[in-house]
Every structure is written in structure tokens, then in C-alpha cells.
Design a protein around this ligand. Structure first.
Ligand code: UGA
Length: 435
């Protein structure tokens, strides 16, 4: 079955590249012409491990990039919609991109004999597929759902920095829709693609809810351990690492997503928690726990700043190094990154900031321009520094050694990820979560 993918961001481009590299006939489309032509030339518009080689393999094998949604609607049996659903001011999601993608599909479907399965991978709140997208498809195409086309909700669980391996080996496939031939066909497609992955077939609204439940549970785990971490930090000798490692051995808890730190960031967890809170409020349900998850996360940045102040006193005119700008290692993505918020706050308080990141410097320059200094090496970042704050746990930061510390004016390290905790370095060390 020929596959079309509309929206070539992290999800769409990873999926298109993996399918194409497996010789699957795939057509990709992105409305951003510049991005689209970069992709055509084998250059991903963002950094993601193994994406570039997978994309280039795909372009040699099954993947083609088109400038025309009509071609996709005419020729593809499955059309995936993988456009973004950014956050609005009140926490709700902005559906404009997904609506306009579906409108375009509907318009072209009107004149086509093709009977495609339209698969929504974009993250949308429960009810969106049936109450918002289906009416658009029907009114634009004048075709009948279940007869002329199918509408399936298929949330994505891939992680940035692991996008290719998660696309090759997903832990589950969720398919929401009506039990009809379109559902059977998409099930078969996934059974062929992933032989041993569980497939959960349900209705659209449950599939939409599963995605929010998944991400808000992950956020809950992080806020939980951050809360515990802040308590540990005030108990002399207590260590959140040992606490997390030990409770993680209980199979009912599990060890993943219990790394205390400066709070969760990125383009998904903050946005999805805000959206489910907003959605819950709109139903008249007070989302007490989810509000607390968000509040704990918002507080965590303040906690880091308080720790810095405890280490160096006033911030005014202090030369502070921030290590790590990306919201996590192995990506250049700085969307909703805690580092960016930290730098904004430190600047407001008069600190002089020098930053380092192996991949995310260029993106950061677009935000801060000349207001901060950008170091190309760890040496340059630490030279004459009066305090170093480790935010993103890039591997190379765990190799900080005596020579690096000698470059600093003061050997003060605030380590939000405790990556230097086992080193024997002589420094004034302020780890988050260790009392
Ligand atoms: C998240 C989910 O993990 C994916 O399953 C989901 O598909 C994706 O959102 C999405 O909805 O698109 P991602 O945003 O790539 O993936 O990043 P995560 O690995 O979840 O990390 C998010 C943030 O939590 C990062 O800032 C990370 O540093 C932080 N984190 C994570 C912790 O502070 N502690 C942990 O134990 C784990």
C-alpha cells in the first residue's frame, strides 16, 4: 500500500524515512517549501541521531517528496497526518495546522476515486477526530466515512533523540476508529511493519485519551521524583539517586523516568500536560493532580535558581556558565527547554552568561543574539567562570576534570543531574537532590 505523510517534523520525517528505507513506497509533503527542499536533498532540518543516513537511504529506495497534497490524495491508500499542534495561550492546543491539512485532503478527495485511510498521528484532545476533523472531511469531500474513506487516530510515542529506533521498534500501536474494512487494513499494515508489537484497537476518542494519559503519567513520574528530590536535598546525607534506584526495583513502580532534575521540558510534556488540564477544566473536572504536576515542574526552575544563589550569593555581574541548552541530550531542540528559561531569569538578575551545548548553539543564538556569550568548547565555557550550572546531561559534561576546574575563577558547580557526584574533584559542589 502506498503511504502519504503530510507534515515532515520529528514524527513525520522519522516515519517517512524509516518506511522509505524499508523500500515502502512513500510520499512525503511539508507546506514549508524551504524545509521540503532541504529534505529532498537529504538534509534533515533538525538534528536527530541516525536520521540523516535513514533519510538518504529512504530517498534512494522508497521515499519521494512532493510539493502537492493532491498527488498524495490521488495515489496513496494510507495518508498519515503528522503536523504540529502547538500550544495556545490558555494551554489549549492550536488545531489550525491539522484542520488545514484535513481540509486540503477533503478538497482533493472530492475529485478522486481513491478511498484512503486517513490516519491522524498529530496529538489532539479527545473528540477532535470525530467532532472537528470528520465534519471537515465530509463537508469538503462530500464523501461518506466508512465507505469512501476511513478516519483513524494513531497516536505516536516516539522520543526525540531516539526517533529512529522508536519508529523501528515501537512499544505499542494504538488505532482508534470504527470496526470496518479501513480499520482492518491499517491493522494489517502495522502487523506487517512490526511483527511483535502489540496493537490496541479502540475508538478514536480513547486513542486520543491514551496519548495524553501516557505523556501526563510520564510528567507525573518526573514531578514526583523532583518533589522527593527537593526534600532529599534538605536532609543532610540523603541522596535521591539511591531513593529512585531502589523504588525503581519494585516492578509496580519501574526505574524509568525517575531522574530528578531541573524539570521536564521539550515540545511535548509541558504542552500535553497544559492541554489535558485545559481540556479537563472544560469538562468541569478539576484536574488537581495534573495541576500539581505542572506546578511542581514550574517550581523546579526556581529551585535551581535558589540553589545557585545559595552557592554564589547575588547574581549581579557574576559570570555564570550554563552547560546544556537542548531540552535533553542528543537533540538540538530547545523548545520549552529549562536552560532557556534559566538563562532568561539569570539575565534579568544581572548575571553574565556564557553557554555551551554540542548541538543547540545555533538555535539558541536566534533567541539571545548578543545578550550572552557562546563557547565552542568546554574549556572556553569554563574559563574565568564564577559558577557552572549543568542542566542538560550531555555525556561530555560527565568528563569534566581537574584541568577544567583550574580554568574557573571559582570552582563552584551546581549540578542539576548529579553527573559529577561520583567524581573526586575538588570543588564546591551543589547537586540537586543530595543533602
Ligand atoms: C515525550 C515522550 O517521552 C514520548 O513518548 C512522546 O512520544 C513525546 O513526548 C511526544 O509526545 O511527542 P520527548 O519530548 O522526546 O518525548 O522527551 P522525553 O524523553 O520524554 O523527555 C522530556 C523531558 O523530561 C526532558 O526535559 C527530560 O530531561 C525530562 N526528564 C525525563 C527528566 O527530567 N527526568 C526523567 O527521568 C525523564
Amino acid at each position: 500500500m502506498k503511504v502519504g505523510i503530510i507534515g515532515l517534523g520529528f514524527v513525520g520525517l522519522s516515519f517517512a524515512s524509516v518506511l522509505g528505507s524499508k523500500n515502502h513506497s512513500t510520499l512525503g509533503f511539508d507546506s514549508d517549501k524551504k524545509k521540503s527542499s532541504q529534505i529532498k536533498n537529504g538534509k534533515p532540518p533538525f538534528y536527530e541521531p541516525h536520521l540523516e543516513e535513514t533519510l538518504n537511504q529512504a530517498l534512494r529506495k522508497g521515499l519521494e517528496i512532493t510539493d502537492n497534497i493532491a498527488t498524495i490524495v490521488k495515489s496513496c491508500q494510507i495518508i498519515f497526518v503528522t503536523v504540529g499542534t502547538p500550544q495556545g495561550n490558555d494551554g489549549s492546543i492550536n488545531l489550525s495546522m491539522v484542520k488545514s491539512a484535513v481540509e486540503e485532503i477533503g478538497k482533493h478527495l472530492k475529485y478522486s476515486k481513491n478511498k484512503p485511510i486517513i490516519v491522524i498521528k498529530s496529538t489532539v484532545v479527545p473528540g477532535t477526530a470525530l467532532d472537528v476533523l470528520l465534519p471537515i472531511l465530509v463537508s469538503k469531500s462530500r464523501k461518506k466515512p466508512g465507505k469512501d474513506f476511513g478516519l483513524i487516530t494513531n497516536p505516536e510515542f516516539l522520543r526525540e533523540s531516539m526517533a529512529i529506533s522508536d519508529t523501528v521498534n515501537p512499544h505499542a500501536i494504538v488505532l482508534g476508529g470504527t470496526k470496518d474494512r479501513f480499520m482492518n487494513a491499517i491493522k494489517k499494515f502495522y502487523e506487517n511493519l512490526h511483527k511483535n508489537t502489540p496493537i490496541i484497537a479502540t475508538n478514536n476518542q480513547t486513542a486520543e485519551m491514551i496519548k495524553y494519559t501516557n505523556n501526563s503519567f510520564l510528567a507525573t513520574k518526573i514531578s514526583f521524583i523532583n518533589q522527593i528530590s527537593n526534600i532529599c536535598q534538605l536532609i543532610p546525607g540523603a541522596n535521591v539517586e539511591d531513593v529512585a534506584r531502589t523504588i525503581g526495583l519494585d516492578p509496580r513502580i519501574g526505574h524509568l523516568f525517575l531522574n530528578a532534575g531541573p524539570g521536564y521540558g521539550g515540545s511535548c510534556l509541558p504542552k500535553d500536560v497544559a492541554a489535558i488540564i485545559n481540556f479537563s477544566n472544560s469538562l468541569g473536572i478539576n484536574p488537581l493532580l495534573l495541576n500539581a504536576v505542572k506546578q511542581v515542574n514550574d517550581y523546579q526552575l526556581k529551585h535551581v535558581i535558589l540553589t545557585i544563589k545559595r552557592a554564589i550569593g547575588t547574581l549581579k555581574k557574576k559570570r555564570i556558565t550554563v552547560l546544556g541548552l537542548a531540552f535533553k541530550p542528543d537533540t538540538d531542540d530547545i523548545r520549552d527547554s529549562v536552560s532557556i528559561k534559566l538563562i532568561q531569569s539569570l539575565l534579568k538578575q544581572g548575571a553574565k552568561i556564557i553557554v555551551h551545548d554540542p548541538k543547540a548553539i545555533e538555535n539558541t543564538k536566534n533567541i539571545f543574539k548578543e545578550k550572552i556569550s557562546y563557547a565552542e568548547s568546554l574549556d572556553d565555557a569554563l574559563r574565568k567562570s564564577q559558577c557552572c550550572v549543568i542542566i542538560t546531561p550531555w555525556k561530555e559534561y560527565s568528563k569534566i576534570n581537574e584541568r577544567h576546574l583550574q580554568l574557573m575563577e571559582k570552582r563552584i558547580i551546581v549540578d542539576t543531574r548529579r553527573i559529577l557526584n561520583n567524581s573526586k574533584l575538588k570543588m564546591n559542589y551543589y547537586p540537586i537532590g543530595i543533602g
